[in-house]
Design a protein around this ligand. Structure first.
Ligand code: HEC
Ligand code: HEC
Length: 384
């Protein structure tokens, strides 16, 4: 009976009908516009594991104050972000340096975090628990104490992993959370129905015009990639597009040098970039230690971007229109501000007209999946 309930629960989470020819048990057919979800060989999807990951993702007991869970900053009703916060708030409202990216479709990213410092969802899941400005635990022991003793968890870990007592480790917690996150895939937007589904009425004329700007004069597609049969809207690479870097521009040589010294001495990079504003702005450099990655961040997906304001790694740009203006200015948010020394080659002034800017915004608003369409409607009513 319990097993049946779990299976039913998981199939409600899945976004499409189960594919008959699918070798992965529990894996759902991806929605229109998205490829099959990559699943690591050592962490197969099962309905029971997904249900366990869902529970772990929402459990506030895994924070030092007992009131922060993963879902505090990645809430389903906010398209798995904490919009409209510019920067996330953890325990005791501690505010970090970065904007919470959506976990929707994170299953497809080649790396996790704005600077790609985690290789996959499994690795990523261990960090927030022990980050002092997120969930604030001193170490992972309090989590293990709960999952080894709470009867529901004891049952679930035994059922899913065949483990109990000291046999349950943080690794199983990470595996289950990642399996849950791999079900958070959202496509089937008006753009998908228009471009991949062949429905000419699915997008508005403004959005169709905006798509042309996206491909041509705006050159957005060179980083926010679209393929023949799917679109992730990211090249999974890192670029400096001129956000946040101006705050440290003059100080870069000293800051970069000090950061590397501290890192060599064993500084925790995850904690440093989330709690120190200047370290955060070094971007991908914190991981690669190469000059060409100073101020570079991962290209964001643009799926559901209409409902996840504000924007960029630091939440510094309030609206989609302001984002386009930033690009139109050649990588500076306020026209006339200096262009930073590390700007990526692809970023230069675009000479877009007001009409083209509006059309590009309309195009991005057509990337909202049906699950978040009501949220988008509510936001645009509020804006009027
Ligand atoms: C206090 C708010 C907060 C909490 C709690 C939190 N996150 Fe996050 N999450 C963030 C922020 C901010 C980032 C971006 C940090 C960075 O890139 O340096 C992030 C990034 C991520 C990413 C990377 C997405 C991408 O596009 O690269 C994933 C996945 C994720 N979080 C999952 C989780 C999981 C799982 C938990 C619970 C174990 C969790 N988060 C808890 C705020 C939070
Ligand atoms: C050179 C590669 C590149 C090009 C070209 C580019 N982008 Fe981006 N885009 C990025 C990167 C990298 C980020 C994240 C930057 C950051 O947070 O500092 C980003 C972020 C964004 C965001 C905010 C995402 C979020 O989750 O907050 C939007 C919206 C966006 N881009 C739209 C566009 C549009 C529209 C165009 C064309 C006018 C464009 N981009 C061109 C690389 C690019």
């Amino acid at each position: 009976m319990q097993r049946l309930a779990l299976i039913l629960g998981a199939s409600l989470l899945a976004t499409g009908p189960l594919a008959a020819d699918d070798a992965q048990p529990g894996a759902a057919r991806p929605p229109l516009g998205l490829p099959a979800v990559p699943v690591p060989a050592d962490n197969p999807q099962t309905p029971e594991k997904i249900a366990l990951g869902d529970k772990l993702f929402h459990d506030k007991r895994f924070s030092s104050t007992g009131d922060v869970s993963c879902s505090t900053c990645h809430e389903r009703s906010k398209a798995f972000t904490d919009s409209p916060l510019p920067r996330s708030q953890g325990i005791n409202k501690a505010t970090g340096t970065r904007n919470a990216p959506t976990v929707a479709n994170a299953a497809y990213f080649a790396t996790q975090f704005w600077d790609g410092r985690s290789a996959d969802l499994e690795d990523q899941a261990q960090h927030p628990f022990v980050n002092p400005i997120e969930m604030g635990l001193p170490d992972h022991e309090p989590i293990l104490a709960i999952v080894r003793a709470d009867p529901e968890y004891v049952n679930a870990f035994r059922q899913v992993f065949g483990k109990s007592g000291q046999g349950v480790t943080l690794r199983e917690v990470q595996l289950a959370i990642a399996a849950f996150e791999r079900t958070l895939v959202f496509g089937d937007s008006p753009f998908d129905r228009w471009y991949y589904g062949g429905d000419p009425a699915a997008m508005t004329p403004a959005a169709v015009r905006g798509f042309t700007v996206f491909l041509e004069q705006g050159r957005c597609v060179s980083c926010h990639a679209i393929e023949g049969d799917h679109a992730l809207f990211t090249d999974n690479r890192f670029h400096n597009i001129g956000v946040g870097i101006n705050a440290i521009q003059k100080d870069v040589p000293r800051l970069a040098g000090e950061f590397l010294k501290a890192k060599a001495r064993g500084m925790d990079v995850d904690q440093a970039v989330l709690s120190d504003r200047k370290s955060s702005e070094l971007g991908r450099f914190a991981i690669t230690e190469t000059l060409d990655s100073i101020g570079a961040f991962k290209t964001s997906t643009l799926r559901n971007i209409g409902v996840t304001a504000p924007y960029m790694h630091d939440g510094s740009i309030a609206t989609l229109r302001d984002v386009v203006v930033h690009y139109n200015n050649g990588g500076v948010t306020r026209e006339g501000d200096p262009v930073n020394d590390f700007l990526s080659g692809g970023i230069r002034p675009l000479n877009l007209s007001d009409q083209q800017i509006d059309d590009l915004v309309a195009f991005m608003e057509s990337l909202t999946s049906p699950e978040f369409a009501a949220l988008q409607a509510a936001l645009s009513t509020a804006a009027r």
